[in-house]
Ligand binder design. Structure first.
Ligand code: AMP
Length: 476
């Protein structure tokens, strides 16, 4: 087995890794670190979750230590370009951890924040800069920054940068960086445009390729509800409130919608039912997005609604469930989405809501992933509940279910809704009365803290073996 110490990294970097608790390099780290330390250009075909950040950051830090150049005025020594604000912020956090003992200055600039602050913080230059392309070019155009000092250039998730329309920005940046430099280029896919970019940016790159999608997907149990579009919100509410049990124990639930408005609508409707959730998408300001992510990461608000772009590249441990409220029209996007669960060697659950007009997407997804999504039954009396005229049946006895007592208050963020939600349907009321339960379950457990570990860790999910036995116990 290879250890980090076999790869040629410096003592400060090895110590920083020890502090982080990493002892074994991931495949991409094992393959990429030695050639990067030798000064070679690199083409890494890999996506988030493979450990690619450390694969470029660790040797990059050592390259900077070795050259020992001074911090250039209004410039940087290592430039990392990333498609989204969230990914840039996440890379910066890793860079600070990895570079802590190497004494390197790390800065991050992203769109949606004050340009003046960025100008000030970059005035004296920095060792490592992580930037989104748009903001970087803004500062360059204002003569507040230049790329003359760049020794190491990293393009992370280049295919996403192209999807977001950064092609011209990337071509321009290529003209502005010194010819004498090292380039580390990462992309999950290699369409023609990316190949062209690679040949413009890299010189004789070492190619390293890892494909985690299949292995990740193996650890994810994938389920499916066939549900009408206008029933999705009601189904979501029943699931999150524990009234319609699904496999797995909720810890953190990440929900994907296709549009920004869709995400906001879901948050608003959940709030009306007393379920606290946040949304991240392109119309939110950077501080709003960061706050939502922090609250999710820290377990303060355990439901996050996201669009694909906003969630791209984010890495949050403890996402137990990914819920596809709307199916993506590109099957690869489904793989990216469900890859937000089952991180760091854990298992995960993915649940898709598929409406009649999304059947074609479902077919594509099943064909691409070669996985059959296991169909779950809708609640009994569901249509009546949606129309507000009937109760749901309580879950069958002995079913593996999400513990209402423990989980619901967690999803509620431990807060009581201020007043009776105006939109509580007649069906909701009847269901509550018929079950003889207080309206908000957590009100019945006053004085008990909502501890993060309140749910059964790991749950009963694995007890029965695979999906099939679990399904049986659900519907026993
Ligand atoms: P990345 O693909 O860079 O986003 O990394 C995915 C996750 O794996 C992050 O949470 C990293 O902190 C973590 N990670 C990266 N390298 C290692 C390693 N060698 N051992 C354990 N965890 C790691």
């Amino acid at each position: 087995m290879t250890h980090f110490s076999d790869l040629g990294l410096s003592q400060p970097v090895l110590q920083a890794l020890e502090l982080k608790g990493y002892d074994t390099p991931t495949p991409i780290q094992e393959q990429a670190i030695p050639p990067v330390l030798e000064g070679r250009d690199l083409l890494g075909i890999a996506q988030t979750g493979t450990g690619k950040t450390a694969a470029f950051m660790l040797p990059g830090i050592d390259r900077l230590r070795e050259s020992d150049n001074r911090i250039p005025f209004k410039s940087c020594r290592m430039l990392v370009l990333a498609p989204t604000r969230e990914l840039a912020t996440q890379i910066a956090a890793s860079a600070k951890d990895y570079g802590a003992l190497a004494g390197l200055k790390v800065q991050v600039i992203v769109g949606g924040t004050s340009v003046n602050k960025d100008r000030n913080k970059l005035h004296r230059g920095t060792d490592i800069l992580i930037a989104t392309p748009g903001r970087l070019l803004d500062l360059i155009d204002q003569k507040a920054f230049n790329l003359a000092g760049v020794e190491v250039l990293v393009l992370d998730e280049a295919d996403q940068m192209l999807d977001l329309g950064f092609i011209h920005a990337l071509r321009r940046i290529n003209q502005l960086v010194p010819k004498e430099r090292q380039t580390l280029f990462f992309s999950a896919t290699m369409p023609k445009q990316i190949k062209e970019l690679v040949s413009g940016y890299c010189t004789d790159p070492v190619q390293v390729s890892v494909t985690p999608a299949a292995t990740t997907a193996e650890r994810i149990d994938q389920y499916l509800f066939m549900v009408q579009q206008d029933e999705k919100q009601a189904l979501l509410e029943l699931i999150l409130s524990g009234r319609h049990p699904v496999p797995g124990e909720f810890e953190r639930v990440l929900i994907f919608t296709r549009t920004k408005h869709g995400a906001d609508r879901v948050v608003k409707k959940l709030a009306q039912k007393g379920i606290e959730a946040n949304a991240i998408h392109g119309n939110k300001s950077q501080p709003q997005r960061q706050r939502a992510l922090d609250q999710f990461r820290r377990g303060k608000v355990n439901v996050l609604i996201a669009t694909d772009v906003a969630a791209r590249g984010i890495d949050i441990p403890g996402v137990s469930h990914v819920l596809n409220y709307e199916l993506p029209n590109v099957p690869e996007q489904y793989v990216h989405r469900i890859g937000r669960t089952a991180r760091a060697g854990r298992d995960g659950i993915a649940i898709a809501f598929c409406a009649e007009d999304e059947r074609a997407y479902l077919k594509d997804i099943q064909r691409t992933t070669d996985a059959e999504l296991e169909r779950l039954d809708l609640p009994e009396n569901f249509r009546a509940v949606v129309e507000g005229v009937g109760p749901t049946k309580p879950a069958p006895r002995g079913a593996t279910r999400v513990s209402k007592k423990k989980i619901r208050p967690k999803l509620l963020g431990g807060k009581k809704p201020a007043r009776k939600p105006a939109s509580e349907t007649q069906g909701d009321q009847q269901a509550r009365k018929s079950a003889g339960k207080p309206k908000h379950k957590h009100q019945a457990r006053k004085g008990r803290p909502n501890r993060p570990g309140d749910g059964r860790p790991g749950g009963n999910r694995r007890a029965g073996g695979g999906n099939r036995s679990r399904r049986r116990s659900l519907h026993a």
